[in-house]
Design a protein around this ligand. Sequence first.
Ligand SMILES: [Zn+2]
Length: 136
Amino acid sequence: MSQPATTRTQDDTRSELLIQVCRKCGTVLAPLVATCSRCLSSQLEDIASTGAGEIVSSRVVHREVDGRNGELVPFTIAIVALDDGPWVYSWVVGSVSRCTSEPMRVRYVPGVTAERLPVFRVCSAHCGVRTRSVAA
Ligand SMILES: [Zn+2]
């Protein structure tokens, strides 16, 4: 049983972020990779990610978008470490501030991709994720 070596693409209408698991060694892998990084097997299976993770690194880039007459619009591209394990390149919407040394939590935005990258949204409560609000 051999599978054709095709470029894997993500279905834009999916409500969940798909990642992959190696059928041979069980390594959890990022979407769109063709072979397992540990055992080089190409027997990969799609599984649903929790869609939650945190930003490892981010950078603002300026891109042209349709309907803006060549105006450059800032976008944040980031490496997101999924709670499931793999790291994925993604676009991030929302304010990616550097006001805190706390990890910035993000959540997958279903049904949206941009240039084949998944889109994440900054969790609005990220500043208070690790601090409990205690009534005095
Ligand atoms: Zn493997």
